[in-house]
Design a protein around this ligand. Structure first.
Ligand code: ADP
Ligand code: MG
Length: 412
């Protein structure tokens, strides 16, 4: 059957499309075009807010922002993907969710970054005109939202001479960590989505050809070579296109469960739990026990996978071990954390049935995307098997991406 592949724009195409949209909309040339990638997490799910490690890579799919500062404090924003333009939003009036001046919809991600930078002491920032052109699938669990924020963050950083990001040839780790915090605050406080810092860190601090081992206790990072292609492997991303909404309460409930389990166990965060057996016995509540078991076991799996990648290329039986860790991750998210859904389970089962070394849901869950580690020459066949399984289950048509670790936010 015909498969739907979500194509990534090249840097030239993205620059051109965003630049043209800017000129058409605002009638003059932008200062320049900045971009930032979406991400996919290889392993380490729902552990960021528990202080655990995770392992994202930046996707080739990016959000491009053509940008020019203005002399006043107004923002004008346009995105062809939403069809609505935002006209003359006053930066002085932007306020957190639930307050007078709250910004609704996609403009909250962009205006939120300017707001957060000012809150962090990097203001005053001039108003701006910005044209957004993104090819990161929206709402697919691939962090289209962080891509917007992070493209915005590097645009403002350079246009306002904040000196935080550094050039792509020599990115500043410290400065980028500050931009991550501002992008996260934009998402949490202005857009009202209560997510951890994984997405923004991936978009701003990943490295081409590498996975990012991120320690969420202190947000320190390590770049680990992740060149699947040269090892005859590929990471197939399956966008189920099932609507996911992290803001709808489930995400908040999982976080609350983890906080409650940590409190009962007398630790600050679940990352401090060393004895899974003992902790299981100490928690009487079945639900809290399952949530804790996912987090603690996922942290162990993630550390194991990171160690494996550090030892050298993925060859022979090591590929099977990585696959098994991915499989266990999914099963734990499905059974203990209860954040999977029919579409994700069908995708994972079909990919495994087609011979994938491992497959798991990725991102927050309840829809979004799954990933499968497969032999390079079996990418098409695996995607076909997944698409057929979706048709058999009368689910909507999925879309596919081959994830190659790409460059972080900056001016490509
Ligand atoms: P994800 O980050 O997994 O894609 P989110 O729900 O966190 O899903 O973010 C999706 C939201 O980000 C959209 O509802 C929209 O508000 C905003 N967004 C993403 N891409 C675009 C775009 N190209 N144009 C306008 N808004 C966008
Ligand atoms: Mg998001």
């Amino acid at each position: 059957m015909d498969l739907s592949w979500s194509a990534a724009l090249s840097a030239q195409e993205g620059r051109k499309l965003a630049g043209e949209l800017f000129e058409e909309t605002f009638g003059y040339q932008p200062l320049d075009v900045w971009s930032a990638p979406g991400r996919v997490n290889v392993i380490g799910e729902h552990v960021d807010y528990n202080g655990g490690p995770c392992l994202p890579i930046a996707l080739p799919h990016r959000a491009f922002i053509a940008y020019a500062p203005r002399e006043d404090r107004l923002l004008r924003l346009v995105s062809p993907q939403t069809r609505e333009a935002v006209d003359e939003l006053d930066l002085d009036k932007v306020a957190p969710r639930g307050c007078e001046g709250e910004v609704i919809g996609w403009a909250s991600y962009l205006s939120g970054v300017a707001w957060a930078l000012e809150k962090a002491g990097y203001g005053p920032i001039r108003g701006f005109d910005a044209a957004l052109y993104s090819c990161v699938p929206r709402g697919g669990g691939l962090s289209s939202s962080a891509a917007l924020e992070c493209a915005m963050a590097v645009a403002i950083d350079e246009a306002e001479d904040l000196g935080l990001a550094g050039p792509l040839s020599a990115p500043s780790d410290k400065g980028r960590a500050i931009l991550v915090e501002c992008a996260r605050r934009a998402e949490n406080e202005i857009a009202g989505a209560n997510t951890g810092g994984l997405d923004q860190t991936a978009s701003l601090r990943c490295e081409e050809g590498h996975a990012l081992a991120l320690d969420c206790r202190d947000m320190s990072v390590e770049h680990i070579p992740f060149d699947l292609e040269s090892q005859g492997l590929a990471l197939l991303v399956i966008d189920t296109r099932a609507a996911h909404s992290l803001a709808d309460g489930q995400y908040g409930q999982r976080r609350a469960d983890c906080e409650e389990a940590a409190r009962l166990l007398g630790v600050e965060q679940l990352v401090e739990v060393e004895d899974l057996q003992g902790a299981s016995e100490a928690l009487e509540d079945e639900r809290l026990r399952k949530r804790m078991r996912h987090v603690v076991s996922e942290i162990a799996r993630t550390r194991a996978l990171i160690d494996l990648l550090k030892e050298g290329p993925l060859e022979g039986s090591r590929v099977q071990v990585v696959g098994a860790l991915m499989n266990d991750s999914h099963d734990s998210l499905r059974d203990d954390y209860e954040v999977s859904c029919t579409e994700l389970d069908v995708a994972v089962d079909a990919a495994r049935g087609a011979g994938a070394y491992g497959a798991r849901m990725t991102g927050g869950g309840f829809g979004g995307s799954a990933i499968a580690l497969v032999d390079r020459e079996r990418v098409e066949e695996t995607a076909q098997a997944v698409a057929r399984a979706f048709a058999d289950h009368e689910l909507g048509e999925p879309a596919f991406i081959v994830a190659v670790p790409s460059a972080p936010a900056g001016k490509l």
